[in-house]
Design a protein around this ligand. Structure first.
Ligand SMILES: [Zn+2]
Length: 331
C-alpha cells in the first residue's frame, strides 16, 4: 500500500484528511455513515456516494474543489439508496446521479415521513438535526440493471450490481487502479446493517470481491482495507445464519430468536456505549431478516425432500417493501 497519501490540507471544516489511493482517486473515511470517494478524469469528476450530514457533505465538496478547483462534477454514483450514501446528493448539484434501478424505486418512495425519521434519528444531536431541515431527495437520473461501464478521460469505471446488503447494492470497480468501492457489502470492525439484506447474495458478493484481487477496497463504513477484511464479515454472516437456523429448527419463533441471539451477536464487533441501544436494535432487525430467509430455505427444503421439518408458517415473503425493516438509521 505504498501509494497512499493524505492531503496536506483538510476541508473547510477540518473534518479529516482525504486520502489519495491512486493518482486522482480520493476517499475520506472520517464522515458519519459512509466513506465517500471521487475520481478525477480529464473530462470531469466522478463522485462515489455522498455523506449524510450536510456539514460533512459540504466539507467533502470543499475538499474536492480544493484539490481540483473549478472542475465539472460529471456523475455521482450511489452504491445503495440508504441515507448514508444518497441523502447528501443534493449538495453536489448539478450532477447526474447514477445507481442501480432498485435504488431509484426505493428513493422515489422516500416521503416526508422518511425525512422526519432521519431528523428524529439525530434528536440527541440537535446541532446535526437542525442541518436536516431542508432535505431534498435526489433519486438517480440514470439507472442500470446489472452492469454499466463509464469511460471518461482515460478512466474506466465499472458499476457491478451485487445485491446482498440491499436489493440495489453495487460495487464501483476501477480495474486499472485496482481499487474497488464495495459499498455496504463491507463494514470494517462494525456491525453491518442487514435489515434489507439477502445473505446468500451477500456471501457471493464477498467471494466476488476477493476474486477481483484489488489492491484497495473502500468499504461503505470504515477505513480503506484489502480482501483480508472480507473474512470477518463473512464469518459474522455465516455465524448468524447458523445460529438462526438452530433456533428455527428448535421451534423458536422470530421474536424468541431475536431476543435469544442478540447477546451472541453483540460480541462480534466493538460498540461505543452511546450507540449500544441503537446497534442492538440494528442487530435485531438483521436477525429478523435472516430468520425469514432461513424460514424460507427450510420450507423449500421440506417441500423438496418431504422431510420432517417444521410445519410451514408464514409465507416466507422476502419482499423488500416491509416498512418495519426500514426504521433503523445509519445504514
Ligand atoms: Zn447501506
Amino acid at each position: 500500500m505504498a501509494r497512499r497519501r493524505s492531503a496536506a490540507r483538510p476541508g473547510v471544516t477540518g473534518l479529516g484528511l482525504r486520502e489519495e489511493l491512486a493518482p486522482g482517486v480520493f476517499i475520506n473515511s472520517f464522515y458519519r455513515g459512509c466513506t465517500p470517494g471521487f475520481v478525477y478524469t480529464e473530462e470531469g469528476i466522478i463522485l462515489i456516494d455522498a455523506p449524510l450530514i450536510p456539514e460533512q457533505a459540504l466539507d467533502w465538496r470543499a475538499q474536492i474543489e480544493d484539490e481540483y478547483p473549478g472542475e465539472l462534477f460529471l456523475y455521482l454514483i450511489n452504491t445503495d439508496h440508504h441515507r448514508g450514501h444518497a441523502l447528501g446528493n443534493q449538495y453536489y448539484m448539478p450532477v447526474t446521479v447514477i445507481a442501480q434501478e432498485r435504488a431509484h424505486k426505493e428513493m422515489s418512495g422516500y416521503t416526508e415521513n422518511f425525512k422526519e425519521r432521519v431528523r428524529n434519528s439525530f434528536k440527541r444531536e440537535p446541532e446535526i438535526q437542525v442541518q436536516l431541515n431542508n432535505i431534498e431527495i435526489i433519486p438517480p437520473h440514470i439507472t442500470f440493471t446489472n452492469r454499466a461501464t463509464m469511460l471518461y478521460g482515460g478512466r474506466k469505471i465499472e458499476l457491478i450490481y451485487v445485491g446482498g446488503h440491499t436489493p440495489a447494492t453495487s460495487l464501483v470497480w476501477l480495474p486499472e487502479e485496482s481499487i474497488c468501492f464495495v459499498g455496504d457489502i463491507l463494514w470494517v470492525d462494525q456491525h453491518p446493517y442487514m435489515a434489507q439484506g439477502n445473505t446468500i447474495e451477500w456471501l457471493n458478493a464477498l467471494e466476488m470481491i476477493r476474486q477481483l484481487d484489488a489492491e484497495y477496497l473502500v468499504p461503505g463504513h470504515g477505513p480503506v482495507c484489502d480482501a483480508e477484511a472480507t473474512y470477518r464479515i463473512e464469518e459474522y454472516i455465516r455465524f448468524m445464519r447458523g445460529r438462526v437456523r438452530d433456533y428455527y429448527l428448535a421451534g423458536k419463533n422470530k421474536n424468541e430468536t431475536k431476543s435469544g441471539l442478540v447477546s451472541e451477536m453483540v460480541e462480534w464487533f466493538p460498540i461505543p456505549p452511546e450507540r449500544k441501544a441503537k446497534i442492538e436494535s440494528q442487530i435485531k432487525s438483521g436477525l429478523n431478516r435472516v430468520f425469514r430467509e432461513i424460514q424460507r430455505e427450510e420450507e423449500l427444503r421440506t417441500d423438496r425432500t418431504g422431510a420432517n421439518g417444521r410445519l410451514a408458517s408464514g409465507n416466507g415473503d422476502l419482499s423488500f417493501a416491509d416498512q418495519s425493516d426500514q426504521d433503523d438509521d445509519d445504514d
